[in-house]
Write a protein that binds this ligand. Structure first.
Ligand code: FAD
Length: 421
């Protein structure tokens, strides 16, 4: 017997005699953002009666616990099927966002057909859990949870085997989203690092329509850039974050000082009545290359599979795109290979920007306002999401500061010759 832990998911092993090898169609090694996005798409798309066997190998059970461990923000086409699919988990969304330049001038950016959406992790885990429960009811999925860290993953001709302390899982396909080093080092490694607080003010002080994507009129680091981020839920509640694109994280005092300076700006001077939640992270921004394939039947997804956009630190949209593609491959019985998260030429353009930011030749704080105000914001955001074509990219390049970008291009070319790439 396998103990049921929440609707549609069984825990394995259920008893000591149960230990051994469990066979499944798909093993999701790591059930965080990337792994659960794949589970969500499988749950949505698997036909009734299919009984696709899926193992979730992760010591954490986010489907049952639904922790508030991330606030995922991203932009998407407001009228797209993807946006409709996400709708139950969207806490707030905006059709315009503000960017405040280093001189303190606020630019309100109309996002055109896009929207900027805020998804709280607890709501998204709930959305996935509901889809899994519905899939279990129509016997589309048979999900088992293996509550242990995965050890070695051994790839073979027809199956790959994932070892854990509670038994092994043999799967036709292993989708591994554990943290993984890049397959090939890059020239630049920065971090998008931040600390944010969900705060409540004593009196109504916020305009819920005013989402500040980047407030660059804040103290800047020696290398890279820093900005404030403020997403209001209502007139009294907002997520306020201090974010940097820079080489190293701050210490506790550094984040506290930065937030201490930012909060009065973000809240219009209103005193904080309560801090409801604190969120912190450090996301790689690098031109290093991440592998999508770790073996014949073992594929990498998520951050370890290169899903983080190097020039922004965003990954949520790429995770959803990859999950849709992978689920379609699995259900069609085709060989599984996650799509390239971003086009190669975007990776190269990001490499130039990162290089110029890291060596200080590009003035980080003015770069993003410049891009956003000299282009339709929709073009910039679609590029940063990896979905533009060459014409839009040429137009974008024409608005980037020429000197720093040409110097970065020359240094990048020399580096590639030296490295034989
Ligand atoms: C606080 C925070 C906020 C973010 N906000 C945004 C945002 O607003 N927009 C955006 O686009 N991106 C955002 N990101 C970036 C990115 O979307 C997330 O990091 C996302 O969760 C990445 O998904 P993932 O599956 O690669 O990693 P994770 O979600 O971290 O999942 C990895 C999973 O692997 C498991 N694991 C680790 N080791 C093992 C092991 N040995 N065996 C089995 N399982 C293991 C972990 O328990 C975890 O569940 C944010 C990241 C953080 C940290």
């Amino acid at each position: 017997m396998h103990r049921r832990v929440h609707r549609g998911v069984h825990r394995w092993p259920g008893a000591a005699h149960d230990r051994g090898v469990r066979s499944v169609d798909v093993a999701l090694v790591g059930a965080g953002g990337a792994g659960l996005a794949v589970l969500h798409q499988l749950a949505r798309a698997a036909p009734a009666g299919r009984r696709l066997r899926v193992a979730l190998v992760d010591p954490l059970d986010r489907l049952a616990e639904r922790p508030a461990d991330r606030t995922w923000c991203s932009w998407d086409d407001a009228a797209s099927p993807a946006a409709r699919e996400l709708a139950p988990a969207v806490h707030r969304s905006w059709r315009a966002v503000s960017v405040v330049d280093p001189g303190g001038v606020e630019h309100v950016l109309d996002l055109g057909r896009l929207r900027y959406a805020m998804v709280r992790s607890e709501d998204w885990y709930g959305l996935v859990a509901d889809a899994v429960a519905a899939a279990a009811r129509r016997r589309a999925l048979d999900v088992v949870r293996v509550p242990a860290p995965a050890g070695a993953v051994v790839d073979a001709q027809a199956r790959a085997v994932v070892s854990t302390a509670v038994g092994a899982v043999a799967a036709s396909w292993v989708l591994d989203s554990r943290p993984a080093p890049p397959a090939r080092a890059g020239a630049t490694a920065l971090l998008q690092h931040f600390r944010g607080v969900r705060v409540r003010t004593g009196a109504p002080a916020l305009d819920p329509q005013r989402a500040v994507l980047m407030d660059l009129a804040v103290a800047q680091p020696r290398v890279g850039l820093a900005f404030g981020y403020c997403l209001p839920s209502d007139e009294r509640t907002a997520l306020v974050e201090h974010t940097e694109f820079s080489p190293a994280v701050l210490d506790d005092a550094g984040y506290e000082a930065a937030l201490g300076a930012l909060l009065p700006r973000a809240l219009g001077g209103a005193p904080v009545e309560a801090v409801e939640h604190v969120e912190q992270g450090a996301i790689p921004m690098t031109d290093a290359a991440f592998a999508r394939r770790a073996g014949r039947r073992v594929l990498r997804i998520g951050t370890g599979g290169g899903a983080v956009r190097p020039s922004t630190g965003y990954a949520f949209s790429a995770l959803q795109r990859s999950a849709r593609a992978v689920a379609a491959q699995v259900l069609a019985g085709r060989p599984v290979l996650p799509p390239r998260p971003y086009p190669r030429r975007h990776a190269w353009m990001d490499a130039l920007v990162l290089r110029a930011l890291a060596d200080g030749s590009l003035d980080g704080p003015s770069f993003f306002p410049r891009l956003f105000t000299r282009n339709p914001p929709e073009r910039v955001l679609r590029f940063l999401d990896g979905t533009t074509g060459p014409a839009a990219e040429l137009a974008l390049m024409a608005t980037a500061p020429r000197g720093p970008m040409l110097r970065a291009l020359a240094r990048d070319a020399a580096w590639r010759v030296t490295m034989g790439r």
